[in-house]
Design a protein around this ligand. Structure first.
Ligand code: HEM
Ligand code: HEM
Length: 445
C-alpha cells in the first residue's frame, strides 16, 4: 500500500490547529514570495517593464522576495515545531496559536509595504527599518511569550519530561529570547555598514562556523519531533562527537588570514564532507512517520549536494571565478529552495502526521525538486560563463536570454507546486478536527 494517503481518503483533520495553521501561513508566504520571484525573473528579461511599475521597480521587489522567502516561508514551519516541542498547541493555550500566527503575518505585510515604499536599512535579510523594525521583533516576542507560558503551564501540570529535556527547553527559550533583540540591533545601519570595507571576504573559519550551526540544528531537530531507535544510539553519539570536534577545529582556525588559497582554510572546510554519510545514518537512527519518506530522501540529497558544491565553490580558482556571478545565486537557491525548503516540508509532514498528505502529490514533488535542480544548473552555467565575461548577464544575448527564459519557466513550475500545497492546506485548516468529528458521532450514536 502507498505510504501517501490520497486527499479523498481524508475526512477530518488529525493535526492540531496550531500546527495546521502554521503550515497554512508559511505556504501563503511561499506562494506570494514565489509569485514575486516570477515577477523579478520577467523584469530581468524585459527591464523596460520597470517603467510601468512607478517606484516599485526590480530593486524593491527583489528584497521583498528574499525577505518573504526567509521570514515567511522558512520561519513559520519553525513556529509549528516550537508549538509542538513546548506543548503550546495543546490545552488551554492552543487557542492563542492562530492569533500569534496572524500577528506574524501582519508584520510581514507591514514589512512588505515599508520595503516597497523604499524604507530599508540596505542590509540583506536585515532590511527592517522604521516602524517595521520595531513591529517585527515585537511579533517574535509575542510568540516567545506564548511558548514560555506553555512551558510553565506544562511544568505545573503532569508533564513528566526528564530533567535533560526540561533543561534543553529552558536553554532553548533563553536563546530564542535573544533573537528579537538581535534583529532589532543588527538592522541598524550605523552598527556596521551594509557594505563593510573592513571585512576581507569569507574565510574557511567563517564558512565552517555558519555551516556547523546548520549541522547543530540538523542534529537537534529529531529530538523535538520523534523517538530514537534504542539500537542506534551509537550512531547518534558518534555524530555529536564529530560535531564537537569540528567546533574545536573551527575555534582553532585563525580568523586573521582571509585567503581561501591557504590549505588550512579549504581543508578544514572540507571536514564538512564527513556529514555526507553521517547525516543519513543519523536520521535513520530515529523513527519517522511513513508519509515523510520522500521528503526525507529529498532533503538528505539536497544537503549532500549543498555541502559538496559549497566546498568545491570555496576552492582556490573556483571561488575567484564564481565570485559576484549568477553562480552564487545558484548556490543560494540550492541552499534555500533545495535544502532548507525540503527540510521544512519534511518537518511539517512529520508534525502533521496523517495530514502530511498535503505535500505528497507526486506531480508537485517532482515539479518542485526537478525545478530547483534545473534552476541551479542554469545559474551555475550562467555564473561560469560570467566568470570569463563579466558582461554576459548584463548585456542581453541569445544564450543569456535562453537561460533566463528557461529560469522563468522553471520558476512557474515552482510556483505551481507551491500553489498546489497551499490549496490543500487551505482545505485542511477548514476541515473539522478529528476530535470534534468523533465526539459528534458519539453524540449521534
Ligand atoms: C518561483 C520560484 C522563484 C523564482 C522565479 C525566483 C527568482 C529569483 C530571481 C530572479 C532572483 C534575483 C537573482 C539575481 O540577483 O540575479 C532571486 C534571488 C533570490 N531568491 Fe528567488 N526565486 C524563486 C524561488 C525562491 C525560493 C523558493 C527561495 C528560498 C526559499 C528563493 C530565495 C532567493 C534568494 C536567497 C535570492 C538572492 C540570491 C543571491 O543574491 O545570492 N527564491 N530569485
Ligand atoms: C543552509 C545552508 C546555507 C545557506 C542558506 C547558504 C547561503 C549562502 C548565501 C546567501 C551566500 C551569498 C551568495 C551571494 O553573495 O550572492 C552564500 C555564499 C557562500 N556559501 Fe553558502 N549557504 C549555505 C551552506 C553552505 C555550505 C555548507 C557551504 C560550504 C561547504 C557554503 C559555501 C559558500 C561559499 C564558498 C560562499 C561564497 C562566499 C563568498 O565568496 O562571498 N554554503 N551562501
Amino acid at each position: 500500500m502507498s505510504p501517501y494517503p490520497s486527499a479523498k481518503t481524508i475526512y477530518a483533520r488529525t493535526s492540531s490547529p496550531g500546527v495546521a495553521g502554521a503550515a497554512w501561513h508559511s505556504l501563503l508566504w511561499l506562494v506570494i514570495a514565489n509569485a514575486i520571484g516570477v515577477l523579478i525573473a520577467v523584469l530581468l528579461l524585459s527591464p523596460s517593464l520597470n517603467k510601468e511599475l512607478g517606484e516599485w521597480t526590480y530593486g524593491r521587489w527583489v528584497i521583498v522576495h528574499m525577505n518573504l522567502e526567509l521570514y515567511g516561508w522558512s520561519s513559520l514551519p519553525m513556529a509549528a515545531f516550537l508549538f509542538k516541542v513546548y506543548g503550546a498547541d495543546r490545552g488551554p493555550l492552543a487557542q492563542w496559536c492562530r492569533p500569534a500566527l496572524w500577528v506574524w503575518s501582519t508584520a510581514l505585510g507591514v514589512g512588505t509595504l515599508s520595503w516597497l515604499s523604499g524604507q530599508s536599512s540596505g542590509k540583506l535579510f536585515l532590511d527592517w527599518s522604521g516602524y517595521a523594525r520595531i513591529y517585527f521583533p515585537l511579533t517574535i516576542l509575542a510568540l516567545w511569550l506564548l511558548i514560555a507560558a506553555a512551558l510553565v503551564s506544562g511544568w505545573n501540570s503532569s508533564d513528566n519530561a526528564g530533567l535533560a529535556a526540561r533543561s534543553a527547553k529552558v536553554l532553548g527559550l533563553v536563546l530564542l529570547l535573544v533573537v528579537p533583540f538581535l534583529i532589532y540591533i543588527a538592522s541598524s545601519p550605523t552598527l556596521y555598514p551594509a557594505i563593510n570595507p573592513d571585512t576581507g571576504g569569507p574565510t574557511g573559519a567563517s564558512q565552517l562556523e555558519s555551516s556547523l550551526i546548520v549541522v547543530a540544528i540538523l542534529l537537534m531537530l529529531p529530538f523535538g519531533l520523534t523517538r530514537r531507535k534504542a539500537e542506534r544510539s551509537r550512531t547518534i553519539a558518534i555524530a555529536w562527537v564529530v560535531l564537537a570536534a569540528e567546533m574545536v577545529l573551527c575555534l582553532a582556525l585563525g580568523r586573521t588570514d582571509i585567503s581561501h588559497h591557504r590549505p588550512a582554510q579549504y581543508l578544514s572546510l572540507g571536514s564538512l564532507l564527513l556529514w555526507l554519510p553521517l547525516t543519513p545514518a543519523y536520521y535513520a537512527a530515529f523513527e519517522w512517520h511513513a508519509a515523510t519518506r520522500r521528503w526525507r530522501i529529498a532533503f538528505l540529497c539536497w544537503w549532500s549536494a549543498l555541502v559538496l558544491t559549497g566546498w568545491v565553490m570555496f576552492l582556490p580558482g573556483v571561488l575567484d571565478h564564481f565570485k559576484f556571478t549568477d553562480g552564487l545565486v545558484g548556490h543560494s537557491l540550492l541552499a534555500m529552495a533545495g535544502f532548507v525548503s525540503s527540510l521544512l516540508i519534511f518537518v511539517l509532514v512529520e508534525l502533521l502526521g496523517e495530514d502530511g498528505w498535503i505535500f505528497n502529490q507526486t506531480w508537485s514533488f517532482y515539479a518542485w525538486n526537478g525545478g530547483v535542480a534545473a534552476y541551479v544548473a542554469l545559474m551555475f552555467t550562467a555564473g561560469w560563463r560570467e566568470g570569463f565575461d563579466p558582461a554576459f548577464t548584463m548585456a542581453p544575448g541569445s544564450m543569456r536570454n535562453a537561460i533566463y527564459d528557461i529560469r522563468l519557466l522553471v520558476g512557474i513550475s515552482l510556483l505551481a507546486a507551491s500553489v498546489d500545497w497551499f490549496v490543500w492546506a487551505t482545505k485542511l485548516v477548514r476541515e473539522p478536527s478529528l476530535d470534534s468529528v468523533t465526539s459528534a458521532q458519539e453524540v449521534t450514536a
